[in-house]
Design a protein around this ligand. Sequence first.
Ligand SMILES: C[S@@+](CC[C@H](N)C(=O)[O-])C[C@H]1O[C@@H](n2cnc3c(N)ncnc32)[C@H](O)[C@@H]1O
Length: 202
Amino acid sequence: MDKKVIKEYQDYINKIGNRKELYKTVADEYDIKTAIYPGSHIDIAPSMFIPKVIYIDNFKGAIKFFKQLDSIKEYIEENKEYSTPAEINFLGQDYNQPLEIEEVDLIISQYAGFVGQAAKDSLKIGGILLCNDSHGDASLAKHDQDYKLIAVIENNKIKKDNLDKYFKLANGKPVDIKQLKEKMKGLKYEKMAGNYLFRKVK
Ligand SMILES: C[S@@+](CC[C@H](N)C(=O)[O-])C[C@H]1O[C@@H](n2cnc3c(N)ncnc32)[C@H](O)[C@@H]1O
């Protein structure tokens, strides 16, 4: 195993914070077996809980990292929490370009733009979008008829009640979707969560 690539990953999670509990919570609750993670950079934690994950990123640092796929797989095999072999793939491309992949159970969207929109066709009907609103991806999903808000996540706990309290602006005005797309920045709502879960309903 190339220890340098594992050190690079560990340094990265020390910086971004540990997301393992978040991914485990979602994978367990919705019995997730396959996922894509557009704009993943080198956050490989989903593979600890989800047997098949495709990571997608066009940044050259991420492309270099995933060249060490054998070492990454070895590390995941040692640390994963399921018994089947891990399938890990990487696409070093713009996620807005067509993705030649089978439909998956989950899209992961974390701080990487409008992933839930760009990758929607790769999600099964009934599949889940896990996203935050850092760049406004959750706000777009909330206003997209193809998605239904089914839960929020706070401190790695899934909450399914009072969902109608989220995505409300203090001044009562509707969200300006055109402006949101231009600015690519989440809005300040009266009630907000760290992460949101949407189901693809059509
Ligand atoms: C701020 S980082 C977040 C990385 C990771 N999701 C996390 O939360 O730790 C955003 C990542 O998204 C990638 N990204 C942004 N737009 C992209 C696009 N259109 N296609 C592929 N990757 C993209 C960037 O290269 C970068 O690695």
